[in-house]
Design a binder for this molecule. Structure first.
Ligand code: MIG
Length: 634
C-alpha cells in the first residue's frame, strides 16, 4: 500500500510520477503537528527496529543513533559527525515486526533525528508546512522499496560502455596529459573506457567552452579518442561566468534566466570563474535552454558529462566579501585579542556556502518569486534533469552518460550520481559500501565513489582495495584532487596487480550490466543490506560491511590496511571465489563466520549455493568484449 498525505500547497518537485489521490495530512496515521512554521512527524521505534535509507549520507546502513539533515551541501569532509552531504534523499524504511516506508516530498531542509535525542523515537522536522508525505506499508523492506520505486518512476540506464573502467583527475590539463593516461593504461594492458576532463579543459572555467590552447582542434581530438574506443567525459558546473561577450551569460541575462536577488537583479556568487550567475533550473524554459547548451559538446563527439557544484556551491558572494573586507579594515592596527582575531578569521573562513547568501537568492515559480531556501534541494537535481531531458529527447535513451553531484529523488530518472569529495581514507571504503543500498532504495542505481579517494594522498594498497569494491559499483571511476599524489593505476609499483583487479571488472560486466538493468526495469535494488534477505538472522541484521548483490552474490571487500583478508559472515552456505585477472579460485564455505584470505590483486566474491554467474574474457575496452562466450561459475 502506498498512501499520499498533503499539507498546505506543496511546491511541485517532480519526484513522484504516479498519480495518487491525497488525503489531508491530519489523517496521517503517525503523530504529527505543525509548530513554529514547521511540520513535525514523530515515529516510535522498538528496540530492534532498523532504519534504512536517506541515500547518500554519512554513517551506517542502519541510520539509528544520529541526526541527519536533508540539505544539499558541498562539504569535502565526509566525517561521521556531519549531517548532510550533497544529496537530499528523503526516504526511510523503519523495519521490524512490520516495515514502513516514509517519503517526505519537500524541497527545503528536513531534519531526521533518528534516535539521537530520544533513543526510541524518530523525529522528522520539515522547515515548512507545505509538503507531501507518502507512507508505504506491507511486505518486506524490498517490497516496500519496489512500491516506492514504482511511484517515483524508472531509474536511469547509462550506455553499456559506462560500465567500463574510468580514470579521472583534477585535472588532466591538456590533450598531451590525456594521451599519456591512455598510453600508460594501454602499455600496462589495463582496461580503460573513459578519461575525464575536469574544469581546466574549459576556457576560463566557462561552461560549454573548450580551451583552444589546452585542447586544440577539440572535435578532431575527440574523434581520434573515439577511434581508440575512449570516451572523454567533460565536467559542467552550475555557475555561469559573468562576462560580457560570453554567449551563455549574455543569453541568460537577456532572457532573464538567472536566479534573482530580492530587488530583481541577477544574483551573483563566486565560484571557479570568479563572479557567476546561476541559471534558475526550476523553470522549465530555463531547463530547456540550459539542456540545449550541451549540444555544442555533443556535436564535437562528446557522449558523457558530469554535473558539478550544483548544490549550488558558493565560494563567496559580493556582499560576503564586502563584509569580510570591512571587518578587516575595522580591525586593522588593533590589538587582535581572542574575540577579534577569531572574528576576523571567521569572516573570511565562513565566506563559502553561507546561509545568508542562500537566503538572498530567489527563483521564479509559476511567475512568483520563491526564496531559494524553500526549494534548495531541487537546484542541482534540476540542473541534471535539464541535461538528462535534453539527451533523452535529442539523442535517445541509453546514449549519453550523465551523473551529478547534487541530487533529489526524481533526478534518478535522468542520471546517476557520484558520492563527491571523499578522502583517501580506509574508512571511506566502507562508507562507499554503506551508501550503495541506501542510494538504490531512492532510485539511484548508477552510482559510485571516487575510487582511491579524492582528497589527500592515496597508498597503493588503499587504491587496490578500493578498486576491489569498485569492481562491483556501476560507476567505476578512479578520481583524485588537485595536488594529490598520482593515483592512476600505472603510477604505482607492480601495475599488473591493478590489471588483475580491473580485468575482473571486465569479466563481470555481462553479469553486472544485466543485474543493473533488471534492477532498473523492475524498480529493484542492485545492492541490498544482508538484513533484507535474512531478516531473522541476528548477525546478518547487524552486518554493515557486506552487501548482497543481485540474487546470486554477496560482496565483502577488505577494508583495513595491512590485512591479508577479513572476517566474513555467511548467512548460508556459499562458494567463496577469488578472482584475479583470468584466474578463479573456489572454496566451499559453510554458513557462519570465517576468516578469508584475499591478496591485494584478488577480488573476493561469494556465490550462493545453486546459483551461477557468467564471466566473459577481459578486453582492453568494453567495445571489444565478447559477451557471447561465457564461463559460468558458482
Ligand atoms: O570545489 O572541479 O566534487 O570531483 O574534481 C572542487 C574540481 C570542485 C568538486 C568535485 C570534484 C572535482 C572538483 N570539484
Amino acid at each position: 500500500m502506498i498512501q499520499k498525505y498533503s499539507s498546505g500547497s506543496p511546491v511541485f518537485t517532480g519526484a513522484v510520477v504516479s498519480e495518487l489521490p491525497a488525503l489531508p495530512a491530519d489523517r496521517l496515521p503517525l503523530s504529527s503537528r505543525i509548530a513554529d512554521g514547521r511540520f513535525e512527524i514523530t515515529v516510535p521505534m522498538s528496540r530492534d527496529d532498523i532504519v534504512y535509507g536517506l541515500g547518500e549520507t554519512v554513517r551506517g546502513i542502519n541510520k539509528r543513533g544520529w541526526i541527519y539533515e536533508s540539505y544539499c551541501s558541498d562539504d569535502p569532509f565526509h566525517t561521521e559527525t556531519k549531517r548532510s552531504l550533497y544529496a537530499a534523499h528523503n526516504f526511510i524504511i523503519i523495519s521490524g515486526e512490520t516495515n514502513t516506508g516514509i517519503f517526505v516530498d519537500f524541497p527545503a531542509k528536513i531534519t531526521w533525528d533518528i534516535g539521537y535525542t530520544r533513543r526510541d523515537e524518530i523525529k522528522i522536522t520539515a522547515e515548512g508546512t507545505d509538503l507531501d508525505i507518502y507512507l508505504i506499508t506491507g511486505g518486506s523492506p524490498r517490497e516496500v522499496v519496489r512500491r516506492f520505486r514504482a511511484a517515483i518512476g524508472k531509474s536511469y540506464i547509462p550506455p553499456f560502455w559506462a560500465f567500463g573502467f574510468q580514470q579521472s583527475r583534477w585535472s588532466y590539463h591538456n590533450s598531451a596529459a590525456v594521451d599519456r593516461v591512455i598510453e600508460s593504461y594501454d602499455r600496462e594492458n589495463i582496461p580503460l573506457d573513459c578519461v575525464y576532463l575536469d574544469i581546466d579543459y574549459m576556457d576560463a572555467y566557462k561552461d560549454f567552452t573548450v580551451s583552444e590552447a589546452a585542447f586544440p582542434r577539440f572535435e578532431e581530438y575527440v574523434a581520434d579518442k573515439r577511434r581508440q574506443d575512449i570516451h572523454l567525459i567533460p565536467i559542467i558546473d552550475a555557475g555561469v561566468k559573468k562576462e560580457d561577450g560570453y554567449s551563455v551569460f549574455e543569453e541568460g541575462r537577456e532572457k532573464g534566466y538567472f536566479c534573482k536577488c530580492a530587488d530583481g537583479t541577477d544574483f551573483e556568487g563566486g565560484v571557479w570563474p570568479g563572479v557567476c550567475c546561476f541559471p534558475d533550473f526550476l523553470r522549465p524554459e530555463v531547463r530547456e535552454w540550459f539542456g540545449s547548451k550541451y549540444r555544442g559538446l555533443l556535436d564535437m563527439g562528446i557522449d558523457g558529462f558530469w554535473n558539478d557544484m550544483n548544490e549550488p556551491a558558493l565560494f563567496y558572494s559580493a556582499r560576503g566579501i564586502e563584509q569580510a573586507l570591512d571587518k578587516a579594515a575595522e580591525l586593522k592596527g588593533q590589538n587582535l585579542d581572542l574575540g577579534k582575531f577569531f572574528g576576523l578569521k571567521d569572516a573570511f573562513a565562513g565566506l563559502g556556502n553561507r546561509r545568508e547568501d542562500y537566503e538572498s537568492i530567489y527563483h521564479i515559480i509559476n511567475g512568483e518569486p520563491v526564496n531559494h531556501q524553500r526549494v534548495h534541494n531541487l537546484y542541482g537535481a534540476n540542473m541534471t534533469i535539464a541535461a538528462g531531458e535534453y539527451f533523452a529527447k535529442s539523442c535517445g535513451s541509453e546514449k549519453i552518460l550523465m551523473f551529478s553531484r547534487a541530487s533529489y529523488i526524481g533526478a534518478h530518472r535522468c542520471a546517476g550520481i557520484w558520492f563527491g569529495d571523499n578522502h583517501s581514507w580506509w574508512s571511506h571504503i566502507l562508507l562507499n559500501l554503506k551508501m550503495l543500498p541506501a542510494a538504490n532504495m531512492c532510485g539511484f542505481l548508477y552510482c559510485g565513489a571516487d575510487l582511491g579517494g579524492f582528497n589527500e594522498n592515496a597508498t597503493r594498497d588503499l587504491v587496490l582495495r578500493f578498486l576491489a569494491l569498485g569492481v562491483f559499483t556501476p560507476l567505476m571511476r578512479n578520481h583524485s584532487a588537485l595536488g594529490t599524489r598520482d593515483q592512476e593505476c600505472y603510477s604505482f609499483e607492480d601495475p599488473q596487480d591493478f590489471r588483475d583487479i580491473i580485468e575482473v571488472r571486465y569479466r563481470l560486466i555481462p553479469y553486472l550490466y544485466n543485474t543493473f538493468r533488471s534492477a532498473a526495469e523492475q524498480g529493484d535494488m542492485m545492492f541490498r543490506p544482508l538484513s533484507f534477505d535474512y531478516p531473522h538472522d541476528k548477525i546478518a541484521r547487524e552486518c554493515e560491511t557486506q552487501l548482497m548483490l543481485g540474487d546470486e552474490c554477496m560482496i565483502a571487500p577488505v577494508y583495513e590496511q595491512n590485512a591479508g583478508g577479513r572476517t566474513v559472515y555467511l548467512p548460508e552456505d556459499m562458494t567463496f571465489v577469488r578472482l584475479s585477472g583470468t584466474r578463479v579460485k573456489k572454496q566451499e564455505l559453510s554458513k557462519g563466520l570465517h576468516y578469508v584470505d584475499t591478496a591485494l590483486n584478488e577480488v573476493p566474491l561469494f556465490i550462493k549455493k545453486g546459483k551461477k554467474i557468467p564471466l566473459c574474457m577481459p578486453a582492453l575496452r568494453t567495445a571489444r568484449l565478447d559477451t557471447k562466450e561465457l564461463e559460468w561459475i558458482g
